[in-house]
Design a protein around this ligand. Structure first.
Ligand code: ATP
Ligand code: IP8
Length: 266
């Protein structure tokens, strides 16, 4: 069956949770985003969401990203994965009860990493779901690692990987700021947003990018950009938009003009 190119949408944990408080979901944001996805009615969509105040604090508490060092971390790995399934469940509820054909795929069951990088991915279920018109939904997760025992797979690495694997048309990144700035806009109100960057321009500003102000074991904005570069190199455009603001994600999904940062190979 020939398959149209999908859009890979990453919804940041900064949007669907309050990263300043542990395990604080933003149900209003989840409901609004589900409404916007329903209304935009995109064909061939893969969704990935982040960990926000669910995955990150537990991953940090138990040093899950650093790998297995002692037996006390075992239950920490299980807890970190579990809270991600809880956040995912809340997100799935909002999609499913609106009639969206979303199906959750737990990364810890189909992906293993090697030193933190995706080394094997059982892609058949995701591919088949896409072919049949479902919306596969994945998330940043605690995963098993061939060298480290376990680690944290960021939703950003997963997004870039899926976009490459499924030859995506584009990547949409929803965060809680308007786009990519020359400095963290939460730390400097005078920071300047880039509306358009080529890969070459992006590489020049990469050193200026910050992490995250909240608990974040996967490196915030700087690491997000680093993860997206292989997809951009491959010619997949990336649009970073503010998914905390109403209608921005809708417009991005519809291909309408919206404030944000567009990053293209050339
Ligand atoms: P999660 O990892 O939980 O999914 P997320 O992907 O939504 O979260 P973060 O990793 O927290 O997002 O990154 C977004 C944050 O990055 C913003 O809230 C912003 O404060 C911060 N940031 C740091 N540097 C920059 C920059 N140069 N431009 C834009 N945002 C930046
Ligand atoms: O929020 C990390 O994914 P991210 C998920 O996309 C966990 O960086 C479990 C911390």
């Amino acid at each position: 069956m020939s398959q149209a190119k999908p859009t890979v949408l990453k919804i940041g944990g900064s949007v669907i949770t309050d990263k300043s408080k542990e395990m604080e979901v933003r149900m209003d944001a989840i409901s609004r985003l589900a409404d916007e996805i329903l209304e935009a009615n995109p064909k061939n969509l893969i969704i990935v969401h982040g960990g926000g105040s669910f995955g990150h604090p537990l991953a940090e508490k138990h040093s899950i990203k650093e790998g297995f060092k002692d037996a006390s971390q075992i239950v920490g790995f299980a807890e970190t994965h579990h809270v991600m399934t809880v956040l995912n469940g809340l997100f799935m509820d909002a999609l499913i009860w609106r009639g969206l054909p979303a199906v959750s795929i737990p990364p810890s069951s189909c992906i293993m990493t090697k030193n933190g990088r995706i080394a094997c991915f059982d892609e058949a279920p995701t591919r088949k779901l896409l072919e049949m018109g479902f919306i596969p939904v994945l998330y940043g997760d605690a995963v098993l690692d061939t060298e480290l025992g376990f680690t944290i797979l960021s939703g950003d690495q997963l997004t870039s990987f899926l976009a490459l694997r499924f030859n995506a048309k584009n990547i949409l990144i929803g965060v809680d700021v308007d786009g990519l700035y020359n400095e963290d806009p939460k730390l400097n109100a005078k920071a300047k947003m880039f509306e358009h960057l080529t890969l070459e321009e992006l590489r020049k500003v990469q050193g200026l990018l910050g992490g995250s102000n909240a608990c974040d074991v996967t490196g915030g904005m700087a690491n997000k950009i680093a993860e997206l570069i292989p997809a951009i190199e491959h010619g997949i455009p990336v649009l970073i938009v503010n998914a905390s603001k109403p209608r921005y994600l809708y417009k991005a999904l519809k291909g309408e003009k919206v404030r944000g940062t567009l990053i293209e190979k050339e």
